[in-house]
Design a protein around this ligand. Structure first.
Ligand code: AHM
Ligand code: MG
Length: 332
C-alpha cells in the first residue's frame, strides 16, 4: 500500500526545481479533505445540513457545509508556508496571506471547497476541486489578483476529492493523473489508480436535459446525434447526469463519456466557473488523454479577466468532443 505522501514524495524527482513545497501543499489539501469527509459522512447527525443564512458573491445560497468546507480549506493552507494566497468560489475576493507570505511564498491556490453542495441533503456525491499556480509577481513584492488570473495552461497542479461511495483524491502535476482512495481506519489516502487514462471509446453523455430548450442549436443537434441508433458507433449513448461535476467527470474518466454544461438562456456565459471548476478539470482531462473546450477553443488557453468568470464547458473523450464541436460550428 502506497500512501499519497509517499507517492508524491517519490514523484518529486520529476521536477527539476523540486523543493518539496508542492508535495507539502498537496498534503495540506488532503488534510482539509479528511476533515470535510468527516463532516459530510456525519452531516445528518450534526445539524449541518441545509442552507446557511449567507449567499456568495454570485448571489447563490450557501449551504452550512459550503461555509464549513471553505473555512477548513483556508485554515489548512494558512498553516503551511508554501501558499501566498487563496481564491475561493465562496469568497468575494482573493485572500492574501499575511506575515511575509504574500512576498515570499511560491504558490497561489484556487478552490471550490464543496462543489455540487445542493446534493448533500439527499446524500448524493459532492467534491472539492483545487487548482495551483506559481506566483507571477516577483519574490519580494506582495502578490495581487494578477497572480490568480492566469490561463489554465499555467497550472502546476490540479485535482479533486470526490466524496462518494468511497472518498477519492485525484490529482495531476502534469505528469499523469493518479487516484488515491481514503482508508478511514488508517486516516490515509492510498494509491488506487496510477497514470489514469480515459478509455479510448466513450458512450455516455452527461447534461442537464431539462434545459434542452435553452441550449444552443449545436448542442441540441449533438444530443439528437447521441440518441440516434447506429451500431457502428455504439449509439444510442447512455445518458447519465448526477448534477455534481466531480462525480459526473469521475464516472466519465473511468468509463468514457462527455460532460456538457453549455451556455443557456439562464446562464449566457455558462454556469461553471472557469478558475475553480473548468480549468482544474480540464487539466486532469488533458493529462488523461481527453479534451476540454468551451465549444471553440481549449479551456486551458482562455485568459481570465475576473475571478468568478464562467464558461461553457464540454469535457470528455476526444472523438465525442470533436463531434460536438463539429455540430457547434454549423451555421444556425
Ligand atoms: P456549485 O458550485 O454551486 O455547487 O454548482 C456547480 C454544480 C456542478 O457540480 C454541476 O455540474 C452543476 O452545478 C449542476 O448544475 P445544474 O443543477 O444546473 O444541472
Ligand atoms: Mg462549484
Amino acid at each position: 500500500m502506497i500512501t499519497l505522501s509517499e507517492f508524491v514524495y517519490a514523484k518529486q524527482h520529476e521536477f527539476s526545481s523540486a523543493t518539496g513545497e508542492l508535495s507539502a501543499l498537496l498534503s495540506s489539501i488532503a488534510t482539509a479533505a479528511r476533515f470535510i469527509n468527516r463532516e459530510i459522512t456525519k452531516a445528518g447527525l450534526s445539524d449541518i445540513l441545509g442552507f446557511n443564512e449567507s449567499s456568495n458573491v454570485q448571489g447563490e445560497a450557501q449551504t452550512k457545509l459550503d461555509v464549513l468546507a471553505n473555512e477548513r480549506v483556508k485554515k489548512a493552507l494558512l498553516s503551511r508556508g508554501e501558499v501566498a494566497g487563496i481564491a475561493s468560489e465562496e469568497d468575494d475576493d482573493v485572500v492574501i496571506f499575511e506575515g511575509g507570505r504574500a512576498e515570499t511564498s511560491k504558490y497561489v491556490v484556487l478552490i471550490d471547497p464543496l462543489d455540487g453542495s445542493s446534493n448533500i441533503d439527499v446524500n448524493v456525491s459532492v467534491g472539492t476541486i483545487f487548482s495551483i499556480y506559481r506566483r507571477v509577481t516577483p519574490i519580494g513584492q506582495p502578490i495581487s489578483k494578477i497572480d490568480f488570473l492566469q490561463p489554465g495552461n499555467k497550472q502546476v497542479a490540479a485535482g479533486y476529492v470526490l466524496y462518494g461511495s468511497s472518498t477519492i483524491l485525484v490529482y495531476t502535476t502534469g505528469q499523469g493523473v493518479h487516484a488515491f482512495t481514503y482508508e478511514p481506519a488508517l486516516g490515509m489516502f492510498c494509491l488506487s489508480n496510477e497514470s489514469m487514462k480515459f478509455p479510448t471509446k466513450g458512450s455516455t453523455y452527461s447534461i442537464n436535459e431539462g434545459n434542452y430548450l435553452k441550449f444552443p442549436s449545436g448542442v441540441k443537434q449533438y444530443m439528437k446525434y447521441c440518441q440516434e441508433i447506429d451500431t457502428a458507433t455504439s449509439r444510442p449513448y447512455n445518458s447519465r447526469y448526477i448534477g455534481s461535476l466531480v462525480a459526473d467527470f469521475h464516472r466519465n474518466l473511468l468509463k468514457g463519456g462527455i460532460f456538457m454544461y453549455p451556455n443557456t438562456a439562464s446562464y449566457p456565459q455558462g454556469k461553471l466557473r472557469l478558475l475553480y471548476e473548468c480549468n482544474p478539470i480540464a487539466f486532469i482531462a488533458e493529462q488523461a488523454g481527453a479534451k476540454a473546450t468551451d465549444g471553440f477553443q481549449s479551456v486551458l488557453t482562455i485568459v481570465p479577466t475576473s475571478l468568478h468568470e464562467r464558461s461553457p464547458f464540454f469535457v470528455g473523450n476526444d472523438h465525442m468532443v470533436e463531434t460536438l464541436m463539429d455540430f457547434l460550428s454549423l451555421p444556425t
